[in-house]
Ligand binder design. Structure first.
Ligand code: NAD
Length: 500
């Protein structure tokens, strides 16, 4: 067993050299071994980092030209592309997802950098000449100052990349607080900004837990917070951050439904259910966890899914397996307890993922893909976000029953419909109360120039990530009304300004 490495904060372009009062362990989930010891930031340290970031924003970045910003962004894009395999390996080592999936995550993050490279046009304002006689009116968008990004464990590279490139492109300084479960990929990506030419202090990573998060949420110089994580914490972050005068977007948990109509291509639907249900061991906020099958085709569909599940290999993500471990031992135990609860509550366990053989050298945090049939609302495996490789089939009689089920759910992150009927698909996209909708696409993560985010308990705040909403979120609008005297002075007039 190798000695765990120290993992620390990235402050003003350098690794922190202080001594942490508190630390936590980081695991390799495929072997169960402790691979790192993470420094946890105190509230005082967070305050120092915010002060440094504010200084860097004031002195070096807030008013830098769009041309120079774009140069840094293009360079950063090149470096991230160069290092994508190295970063994917860091993700697999701490999160557990298989290498190909980790690489996919980095590449989706890279797309947001490419979007942010277009910042000169994205930040362009409007101009109206002669709004009044010889008076021009124009709008500009300005940076906010210091913004915080607080991210979850399940996408340690991609989720920070949803926000950071856009925030920086808009002229802000950023403090990231990654998940304490797998911080190394986030830090490695942040380190590349220095090489890209970003001035020190514009990007910082503080590691920590609730103490660090609370310090960011209450600090007067943090102007905006982008949070992604579970629904209870998202709600807390939104309420605390807004109570302290901040702009907050807090993306929460999910329970994503995939509705399969009788006319769907069942092979396509079965492949999609496997990919979206068990990819990344079900630890995706866009994972499908409820497969809503119209009863007439449910048996056939389940048979096809069962057949495919028999061929999946679970094990160490570096060994070409289909699915890796869960992120930690306690999380694996929690997910396993849902399998037990599903049986007790009367669902039919079609494929049991417990007690399998796994392709790993150690005691990793594994649970193989698990399938339940005849799941109904009221059972905990339906009501709760399990965040593991447990797929529940809920049978319905019709499209309308399926729609009602989905719309009654408190979450509204992603959903998908599988059908060959364009009219039904079109009706679904219009009627479903969910933020991201797939038509024969099981994981409809929007491309970077659209915005990512759910509805209902999957998002607190009204601003989604990246795309034009990201640019709006990280900037403030200002409108200037301007008159240059030519040739004469207008004289004193105390009346309300009117246009002439
Ligand atoms: P989490 O809520 O436990 O943690 C998220 C972040 O909040 C971490 O940085 C963590 O350190 C911090 N945190 C945890 N407890 C806190 C507390 N009491 N006070 C202050 N901060 C706290 O989430 P997770 O387990 O890391 O991630 C999985 C969850 O994230 C799932 O619910 C998943 O659906 C959700 N998620 C949502 C999206 C989305 O776009 N909606 C995307 C990815 C993940």
């Amino acid at each position: 067993m190798s000695t765990p490495t120290r993992i620390t904060h990235l402050i003003a372009g350098s690794a922190w050299e202080g001594t942490a009062e508190r630390t936590s362990e980081v695991f390799n989930p495929a072997t169960g071994e402790v691979s790192g010891v993470l420094d946890l930031a105190s509230a005082d340290l967070v305050a120092d980092v915010v002060a440094g970031a504010k200084q860097a924003w004031q002195d070096d970045w807030g008013n830098i030209s769009l041309a120079k910003r774009t140069q840094v962004l293009f360079k950063f894009r090149e470096l991230l592309d160069r290092d994508k395999e190295r970063i994917a390996a860091l993700i697999t080592a701490e999160h557990g997802k298989v290498l190909s999936d980790a690489l996919g995550e980095v590449i989706r993050g890279l797309e947001v950098v490419e979007f942010a490279c277009g910042i000169p046009s994205l930040m362009r304002g409007g101009f109206s000449e002669n709004a009044s006689t010889r008076v021009d009116v124009y709008s500009i968008r300005q940076s906010l100052g210091v913004v915080a990004v607080i991210s979850p464990f399940n996408f340690p590279a991609m989720v920070p990349l949803w926000f950071v490139p856009v925030a920086i492109a808009c002229g802000n300084a950023v403090v990231i607080k990654p998940s304490e479960k797998d911080p190394s990929a986030t830090i490695a990506v942040a380190e590349l900004w220095k090489e890209a030419g970003l001035p020190d202090g514009v990007i910082n990573v503080v590691n920590g837990d609730k103490e660090a998060v609370d310090a960011l949420l209450t600090h007067p110089d943090v102007k905006a917070v982008s949070f992604v994580g579970s629904t209870p914490i998202a709600r807390y972050v939104y309420e605390t951050g807004t109570a302290h005068g901040k702009r907050v977007q807090a993306l929460g948990g999910a329970k994503n439904h995939m509705l399969v109509l009788p006319d769907a291509d069942l092979d396509l639907a079965a492949d999609a259910a496997i990919n979206a249900g068990f990819g990344s061991a079900g630890e995706r906020c866009m994972a499908i966890s409820a497969l809503v099958a119209v009863d007439s085709i449910a048996d056939d569909l389940i048979e096809k899914i069962k057949d495919r599940m028999g061929k999946l290999r679970t094990g160490d993500g570096t060994r070409g397996c289909d699915m890796g471990p869960l992120v930690t031992g306690p999380h694996r135990d929690k997910v396993t307890s849902y399998v037990e609860a599903g049986v007790t509550e009367g669902a039919e366990l079609v494929v049991d993922g417990r007690g399998r053989q796994y392709d790993s050298d150690g005691e990793g945090f594994f649970l193989a893909p698990t399938l339940f049939d005849k799941v109904t609302p009221g059972m905990s495996i339906y009501d709760d976000e399990i965040f593991g490789p447990v797929l529940s089939v809920v049978r319905v009689e019709s499209y309308d029953d399926g729609l009602e089920l989905i719309n009654s759910n408190p979450y509204g992150n992603g959903t998908a419909i599988f059908t060959n009927d364009g009219g039904a698909a079109r009706r679904f996209q219009n009627e479903v109360e969910v933020g991201m909708v797939g038509v024969n696409v099981p994981i409809p993560v929007p491309v970077s120039y659209y915005s990512f985010g759910g509805w209902k308990n999957s998002l607190f705040g009204d601003s989604h990530a990246h795309g034009s909403e990201g640019v709006q979120f990280y900037t403030r609008g200002k409108v200037v009304t301007s008159r240059w005297l030519d040739p004469s002075h207008g004289g004193v007039n105390l009346g309300f300004p009117q246009n002439d």
